[in-house]
Design a protein around this ligand. Structure first.
Ligand code: AMP
Ligand code: MG
Length: 344
Protein backbone atom coordinates (compact mmCIF):
# COMPACT_ATOMS: atom_id res chain seq x y z
CA UNK A 1 0.00 0.00 0.00
CA UNK A 2 1.21 3.47 -0.89
CA UNK A 3 0.46 6.79 0.79
CA UNK A 4 -1.16 8.52 -2.21
CA UNK A 5 -0.80 12.31 -2.44
CA UNK A 6 -3.64 14.11 -4.21
CA UNK A 7 -2.69 17.41 -5.85
CA UNK A 8 -4.93 20.07 -7.37
CA UNK A 9 -3.92 21.87 -10.54
CA UNK A 10 -3.00 24.96 -8.51
CA UNK A 11 -0.56 22.91 -6.38
CA UNK A 12 1.71 22.39 -9.38
CA UNK A 13 3.25 25.83 -8.97
CA UNK A 14 4.54 24.94 -5.49
CA UNK A 15 8.20 24.03 -5.20
CA UNK A 16 7.69 21.11 -2.82
CA UNK A 17 5.02 19.59 -5.10
CA UNK A 18 7.28 19.93 -8.14
CA UNK A 19 10.10 18.27 -6.19
CA UNK A 20 7.77 15.43 -5.20
CA UNK A 21 6.71 14.87 -8.83
CA UNK A 22 10.29 14.89 -10.10
CA UNK A 23 11.42 12.51 -7.37
CA UNK A 24 8.54 10.08 -7.89
CA UNK A 25 9.00 9.83 -11.64
CA UNK A 26 12.77 9.62 -11.46
CA UNK A 27 12.77 7.00 -8.72
CA UNK A 28 10.69 4.55 -10.73
CA UNK A 29 7.29 5.22 -9.16
CA UNK A 30 3.94 6.19 -10.66
CA UNK A 31 1.92 9.38 -11.02
CA UNK A 32 -1.56 9.74 -12.49
CA UNK A 33 -2.30 12.95 -14.35
CA UNK A 34 -4.92 14.32 -16.74
CA UNK A 35 -4.31 14.57 -20.48
CA UNK A 36 -6.67 15.95 -23.11
CA UNK A 37 -7.74 12.41 -24.04
CA UNK A 38 -8.12 10.39 -20.80
CA UNK A 39 -6.19 10.23 -17.49
CA UNK A 40 -2.79 8.58 -17.83
CA UNK A 41 -0.78 6.51 -15.35
CA UNK A 42 2.76 7.70 -15.80
CA UNK A 43 6.29 6.48 -15.18
CA UNK A 44 9.67 7.48 -16.56
CA UNK A 45 10.04 5.72 -19.91
CA UNK A 46 13.67 5.18 -18.96
CA UNK A 47 12.90 3.43 -15.68
CA UNK A 48 12.36 -0.30 -15.99
CA UNK A 49 10.99 -0.41 -12.45
CA UNK A 50 8.48 2.41 -13.06
CA UNK A 51 7.30 0.90 -16.33
CA UNK A 52 6.96 -2.60 -14.89
CA UNK A 53 4.94 -1.17 -12.03
CA UNK A 54 2.49 0.32 -14.56
CA UNK A 55 1.94 -3.12 -16.09
CA UNK A 56 1.48 -4.57 -12.63
CA UNK A 57 -1.02 -2.07 -11.19
CA UNK A 58 -3.02 -1.92 -14.42
CA UNK A 59 -2.89 -5.68 -14.95
CA UNK A 60 -1.79 -4.92 -18.51
CA UNK A 61 -0.49 -7.74 -20.73
CA UNK A 62 3.27 -7.24 -21.15
CA UNK A 63 3.17 -7.48 -24.96
CA UNK A 64 0.87 -4.43 -25.17
CA UNK A 65 3.38 -1.61 -25.67
CA UNK A 66 3.23 1.85 -24.11
CA UNK A 67 3.22 5.32 -25.64
CA UNK A 68 6.15 7.61 -24.81
CA UNK A 69 4.95 11.13 -24.04
CA UNK A 70 7.09 14.23 -24.51
CA UNK A 71 6.49 17.81 -23.38
CA UNK A 72 8.21 19.24 -26.44
CA UNK A 73 8.81 18.05 -29.96
CA UNK A 74 12.56 18.76 -30.04
CA UNK A 75 13.63 15.88 -27.85
CA UNK A 76 11.90 13.08 -29.78
CA UNK A 77 14.79 12.76 -32.22
CA UNK A 78 17.01 11.07 -29.62
CA UNK A 79 14.61 8.13 -29.56
CA UNK A 80 13.26 7.57 -33.07
CA UNK A 81 13.96 7.65 -36.81
CA UNK A 82 11.63 9.78 -38.92
CA UNK A 83 11.57 7.87 -42.20
CA UNK A 84 8.79 9.61 -44.12
CA UNK A 85 8.56 13.18 -45.39
CA UNK A 86 4.82 13.45 -44.64
CA UNK A 87 5.57 13.15 -40.89
CA UNK A 88 6.79 16.75 -40.66
CA UNK A 89 3.44 17.99 -41.98
CA UNK A 90 1.52 15.81 -39.53
CA UNK A 91 3.62 17.09 -36.64
CA UNK A 92 2.96 20.68 -37.67
CA UNK A 93 -0.77 20.04 -38.01
CA UNK A 94 -1.53 17.87 -34.97
CA UNK A 95 1.17 18.19 -32.27
CA UNK A 96 0.77 18.92 -29.48
CA UNK A 97 -2.50 16.99 -29.47
CA UNK A 98 -4.36 13.65 -29.42
CA UNK A 99 -2.36 11.96 -32.21
CA UNK A 100 0.13 9.16 -31.42
CA UNK A 101 2.61 8.22 -34.13
CA UNK A 102 4.52 4.92 -34.37
CA UNK A 103 8.16 5.26 -35.53
CA UNK A 104 11.19 3.04 -35.96
CA UNK A 105 12.96 3.21 -32.63
CA UNK A 106 16.56 3.83 -31.70
CA UNK A 107 18.31 1.29 -29.40
CA UNK A 108 18.08 3.68 -26.43
CA UNK A 109 14.32 2.97 -26.16
CA UNK A 110 13.90 0.27 -23.49
CA UNK A 111 12.41 -3.08 -24.60
CA UNK A 112 10.08 -3.01 -21.60
CA UNK A 113 7.89 -0.33 -23.18
CA UNK A 114 7.81 -1.63 -26.74
CA UNK A 115 6.77 -5.20 -26.01
CA UNK A 116 9.80 -6.29 -28.03
CA UNK A 117 8.77 -4.44 -31.23
CA UNK A 118 11.33 -2.51 -33.30
CA UNK A 119 8.98 0.49 -33.28
CA UNK A 120 7.83 2.89 -30.58
CA UNK A 121 4.70 5.03 -30.21
CA UNK A 122 5.18 8.74 -29.44
CA UNK A 123 2.80 11.52 -28.44
CA UNK A 124 3.12 15.14 -27.41
CA UNK A 125 -0.03 15.89 -25.41
CA UNK A 126 -1.58 19.36 -25.51
CA UNK A 127 -3.01 19.34 -21.98
CA UNK A 128 -1.13 21.96 -19.91
CA UNK A 129 -0.96 19.71 -16.83
CA UNK A 130 0.36 16.75 -18.82
CA UNK A 131 2.97 19.03 -20.39
CA UNK A 132 3.92 20.42 -17.02
CA UNK A 133 4.30 17.01 -15.36
CA UNK A 134 6.50 15.72 -18.18
CA UNK A 135 8.58 18.90 -18.17
CA UNK A 136 9.04 18.72 -14.37
CA UNK A 137 10.06 15.05 -14.67
CA UNK A 138 12.62 15.99 -17.32
CA UNK A 139 12.37 12.58 -18.99
CA UNK A 140 9.93 11.04 -21.51
CA UNK A 141 6.95 9.60 -19.67
CA UNK A 142 4.97 6.47 -20.50
CA UNK A 143 1.33 7.09 -19.65
CA UNK A 144 -1.22 4.47 -20.67
CA UNK A 145 -4.82 5.06 -19.70
CA UNK A 146 -5.31 5.08 -15.92
CA UNK A 147 -7.71 2.16 -15.60
CA UNK A 148 -7.51 -1.53 -14.81
CA UNK A 149 -6.80 -3.26 -18.14
CA UNK A 150 -9.93 -4.26 -20.02
CA UNK A 151 -12.24 -1.78 -18.23
CA UNK A 152 -13.33 1.68 -19.44
CA UNK A 153 -10.63 4.37 -19.36
CA UNK A 154 -10.86 7.08 -16.70
CA UNK A 155 -12.06 10.53 -17.68
CA UNK A 156 -12.86 11.81 -14.16
CA UNK A 157 -10.66 12.20 -11.08
CA UNK A 158 -13.23 10.18 -9.08
CA UNK A 159 -12.77 7.18 -11.38
CA UNK A 160 -9.00 7.30 -11.13
CA UNK A 161 -9.23 7.62 -7.36
CA UNK A 162 -11.55 4.61 -7.14
CA UNK A 163 -9.13 2.41 -9.10
CA UNK A 164 -5.73 3.63 -7.89
CA UNK A 165 -5.89 5.27 -4.46
CA UNK A 166 -3.16 3.64 -2.32
CA UNK A 167 -1.64 2.05 -5.44
CA UNK A 168 0.27 5.04 -6.91
CA UNK A 169 2.23 7.81 -5.18
CA UNK A 170 0.59 10.86 -6.78
CA UNK A 171 -2.77 11.60 -8.40
CA UNK A 172 -3.43 15.02 -9.93
CA UNK A 173 -7.06 16.10 -9.96
CA UNK A 174 -7.64 17.80 -13.32
CA UNK A 175 -11.44 17.48 -13.46
CA UNK A 176 -13.13 15.98 -16.50
CA UNK A 177 -11.09 15.03 -19.58
CA UNK A 178 -11.81 17.20 -22.55
CA UNK A 179 -11.83 14.65 -25.40
CA UNK A 180 -12.73 11.58 -23.35
CA UNK A 181 -11.42 8.96 -25.82
CA UNK A 182 -7.84 7.75 -26.33
CA UNK A 183 -5.53 9.21 -28.99
CA UNK A 184 -5.54 8.20 -32.63
CA UNK A 185 -2.63 5.77 -33.23
CA UNK A 186 -0.99 6.18 -36.64
CA UNK A 187 1.83 4.01 -38.01
CA UNK A 188 4.16 6.35 -39.89
CA UNK A 189 6.92 3.88 -40.73
CA UNK A 190 5.71 3.16 -44.28
CA UNK A 191 5.07 5.12 -47.52
CA UNK A 192 1.42 5.48 -46.51
CA UNK A 193 0.40 6.19 -42.90
CA UNK A 194 -1.87 3.54 -41.37
CA UNK A 195 -4.46 4.19 -38.66
CA UNK A 196 -4.02 1.47 -36.01
CA UNK A 197 -6.54 2.94 -33.57
CA UNK A 198 -9.16 5.55 -34.52
CA UNK A 199 -9.44 8.71 -32.47
CA UNK A 200 -10.77 12.22 -32.79
CA UNK A 201 -7.94 13.07 -35.17
CA UNK A 202 -9.93 11.38 -37.90
CA UNK A 203 -8.93 9.81 -41.21
CA UNK A 204 -10.43 12.81 -43.02
CA UNK A 205 -8.35 15.23 -40.93
CA UNK A 206 -5.15 13.28 -41.63
CA UNK A 207 -6.06 13.10 -45.34
CA UNK A 208 -6.37 16.86 -45.49
CA UNK A 209 -2.65 17.03 -44.56
CA UNK A 210 -1.26 14.04 -46.49
CA UNK A 211 -3.42 12.59 -49.27
CA UNK A 212 -3.09 8.82 -48.71
CA UNK A 213 -4.09 7.17 -45.43
CA UNK A 214 -4.97 3.53 -44.79
CA UNK A 215 -7.06 1.94 -42.08
CA UNK A 216 -5.45 -1.08 -40.41
CA UNK A 217 -6.88 -4.36 -41.70
CA UNK A 218 -7.16 -5.43 -38.08
CA UNK A 219 -9.74 -2.69 -37.51
CA UNK A 220 -11.81 -4.50 -40.09
CA UNK A 221 -11.22 -7.73 -38.19
CA UNK A 222 -9.32 -9.63 -40.91
CA UNK A 223 -5.65 -9.63 -39.88
CA UNK A 224 -3.34 -10.28 -36.94
CA UNK A 225 -3.22 -6.90 -35.18
CA UNK A 226 -0.14 -4.78 -35.85
CA UNK A 227 -0.97 -2.75 -32.76
CA UNK A 228 -0.78 -5.41 -30.05
CA UNK A 229 -3.35 -3.67 -27.87
CA UNK A 230 -6.08 -4.28 -30.41
CA UNK A 231 -6.40 -7.98 -29.69
CA UNK A 232 -7.38 -7.61 -26.03
CA UNK A 233 -10.72 -7.02 -24.35
CA UNK A 234 -11.22 -3.28 -23.96
CA UNK A 235 -13.37 -0.66 -22.28
CA UNK A 236 -15.83 -3.27 -20.97
CA UNK A 237 -18.16 -2.54 -18.02
CA UNK A 238 -19.02 -5.39 -15.62
CA UNK A 239 -22.67 -5.39 -16.71
CA UNK A 240 -23.52 -7.18 -19.96
CA UNK A 241 -23.64 -4.45 -22.62
CA UNK A 242 -25.64 -4.80 -25.84
CA UNK A 243 -25.87 -2.15 -28.57
CA UNK A 244 -29.30 -1.77 -30.15
CA UNK A 245 -29.64 -0.24 -33.62
CA UNK A 246 -32.52 0.36 -36.02
CA UNK A 247 -36.01 1.81 -36.29
CA UNK A 248 -37.52 0.06 -33.28
CA UNK A 249 -34.86 0.75 -30.67
CA UNK A 250 -37.23 2.15 -28.03
CA UNK A 251 -39.77 -0.69 -28.25
CA UNK A 252 -37.10 -3.37 -28.29
CA UNK A 253 -35.23 -2.01 -25.27
CA UNK A 254 -38.46 -1.48 -23.29
CA UNK A 255 -39.45 -5.12 -24.01
CA UNK A 256 -36.05 -6.29 -22.84
CA UNK A 257 -36.30 -4.18 -19.68
CA UNK A 258 -39.56 -5.96 -18.78
CA UNK A 259 -38.08 -9.40 -19.45
CA UNK A 260 -34.89 -8.73 -17.49
CA UNK A 261 -36.89 -7.30 -14.58
CA UNK A 262 -38.86 -10.54 -14.42
CA UNK A 263 -35.59 -12.31 -13.65
CA UNK A 264 -34.67 -9.63 -11.11
CA UNK A 265 -31.87 -8.09 -13.16
CA UNK A 266 -31.00 -4.43 -12.77
CA UNK A 267 -31.21 -2.85 -16.20
CA UNK A 268 -29.51 0.34 -17.43
CA UNK A 269 -29.89 2.25 -20.69
CA UNK A 270 -27.46 4.65 -22.39
CA UNK A 271 -29.25 6.97 -24.80
CA UNK A 272 -29.15 10.41 -26.35
CA UNK A 273 -31.22 13.20 -24.77
CA UNK A 274 -34.12 12.85 -27.22
CA UNK A 275 -34.53 9.13 -26.40
CA UNK A 276 -33.56 8.99 -22.74
CA UNK A 277 -37.04 9.94 -21.45
CA UNK A 278 -38.63 6.99 -23.22
CA UNK A 279 -37.17 4.32 -20.97
CA UNK A 280 -38.55 3.34 -17.61
CA UNK A 281 -35.89 1.34 -15.81
CA UNK A 282 -33.42 1.25 -12.92
CA UNK A 283 -31.03 3.75 -14.45
CA UNK A 284 -30.92 5.78 -17.66
CA UNK A 285 -27.74 7.66 -18.61
CA UNK A 286 -28.45 10.67 -20.82
CA UNK A 287 -25.22 10.88 -22.82
CA UNK A 288 -25.97 14.23 -24.52
CA UNK A 289 -27.81 15.70 -27.47
CA UNK A 290 -27.63 13.48 -30.57
CA UNK A 291 -26.04 16.28 -32.65
CA UNK A 292 -23.28 16.95 -30.10
CA UNK A 293 -20.80 14.17 -30.80
CA UNK A 294 -17.98 15.83 -28.84
CA UNK A 295 -20.11 15.68 -25.68
CA UNK A 296 -21.15 12.08 -26.42
CA UNK A 297 -17.46 11.15 -26.82
CA UNK A 298 -16.51 12.82 -23.56
CA UNK A 299 -19.36 11.08 -21.68
CA UNK A 300 -18.97 7.56 -23.06
CA UNK A 301 -16.65 6.12 -20.40
CA UNK A 302 -18.50 8.01 -17.69
CA UNK A 303 -21.69 6.27 -18.83
CA UNK A 304 -20.07 2.83 -18.75
CA UNK A 305 -18.45 3.38 -15.38
CA UNK A 306 -21.63 4.80 -13.86
CA UNK A 307 -23.45 1.61 -14.86
CA UNK A 308 -20.92 -0.35 -12.82
CA UNK A 309 -21.22 2.03 -9.87
CA UNK A 310 -25.00 1.51 -9.97
CA UNK A 311 -24.38 -2.26 -10.08
CA UNK A 312 -26.37 -2.63 -13.27
CA UNK A 313 -26.46 -6.24 -14.54
CA UNK A 314 -27.67 -5.65 -18.09
CA UNK A 315 -26.96 -2.52 -20.16
CA UNK A 316 -28.52 -1.48 -23.46
CA UNK A 317 -27.04 1.36 -25.47
CA UNK A 318 -28.33 3.05 -28.58
CA UNK A 319 -25.63 3.68 -31.20
CA UNK A 320 -23.92 6.98 -31.99
CA UNK A 321 -22.81 6.78 -35.61
CA UNK A 322 -23.55 10.39 -36.43
CA UNK A 323 -21.10 13.24 -36.96
CA UNK A 324 -17.35 13.52 -37.24
CA UNK A 325 -16.63 11.35 -34.20
CA UNK A 326 -19.25 8.67 -34.87
CA UNK A 327 -16.64 6.23 -36.10
CA UNK A 328 -14.35 6.52 -33.10
CA UNK A 329 -17.20 6.50 -30.57
CA UNK A 330 -18.60 3.32 -32.13
CA UNK A 331 -15.13 1.73 -32.30
CA UNK A 332 -14.94 1.99 -28.50
CA UNK A 333 -18.59 1.09 -27.89
CA UNK A 334 -18.46 -2.06 -30.06
CA UNK A 335 -15.40 -3.23 -28.14
CA UNK A 336 -17.00 -2.41 -24.80
CA UNK A 337 -19.97 -4.56 -25.90
CA UNK A 338 -17.67 -7.31 -27.17
CA UNK A 339 -19.40 -6.68 -30.53
CA UNK A 340 -22.84 -7.65 -29.20
CA UNK A 341 -25.18 -5.74 -31.51
CA UNK A 342 -28.90 -6.28 -32.08
CA UNK A 343 -30.51 -4.80 -35.22
CA UNK A 344 -34.23 -4.15 -34.77
P1 AMP B 1 -2.92 3.12 -24.23
O1 AMP B 1 -1.56 3.43 -23.70
O2 AMP B 1 -3.75 2.35 -23.26
O3 AMP B 1 -3.58 4.31 -24.82
O4 AMP B 1 -2.66 2.11 -25.44
C1 AMP B 1 -1.63 2.37 -26.38
C2 AMP B 1 -2.01 1.81 -27.71
O5 AMP B 1 -0.95 2.06 -28.65
C3 AMP B 1 -2.24 0.31 -27.69
O6 AMP B 1 -3.32 -0.01 -28.55
C4 AMP B 1 -0.91 -0.22 -28.24
O7 AMP B 1 -1.05 -1.49 -28.82
C5 AMP B 1 -0.55 0.85 -29.25
N1 AMP B 1 0.90 0.88 -29.48
C6 AMP B 1 1.83 1.29 -28.62
N2 AMP B 1 3.08 1.13 -29.14
C7 AMP B 1 2.90 0.61 -30.38
C8 AMP B 1 3.80 0.21 -31.42
N3 AMP B 1 5.12 0.31 -31.29
N4 AMP B 1 3.27 -0.30 -32.55
C9 AMP B 1 1.93 -0.40 -32.69
N5 AMP B 1 1.03 -0.05 -31.74
C10 AMP B 1 1.51 0.45 -30.60
MG1 MG C 1 -5.83 1.89 -22.50
Amino acid sequence: MVDTRIYKVTDLDKNDVQADIKNIVRSGKNIIFPTETVYGIGASALSEKGVQNIYKVKGRPSDNPLIMHFSDIGSIHDYIHIDQSYVKKLIEAFWPGPLTMVFRRKPVVPNTITGGLDTVAIRVPSHPIAQKVIAIAGVPVCAPSANISGTPSSTLFEHVYADFNKKVDIIIDGGKSDVGLESTVLDVTGDVPVILRPGIITKAMIKSITPHVDMSEALQGTEVPKSPGMKYKHYAPSGKLTIVEGEKVTDYINDQIKKQHQSNKKVGVIATANLAKRFDTDYVFNIGESFDEAIIASNLYIALRTMDQMQIDVIYSVSFHQGRYGEVIMNRLYKAANHRVVKV
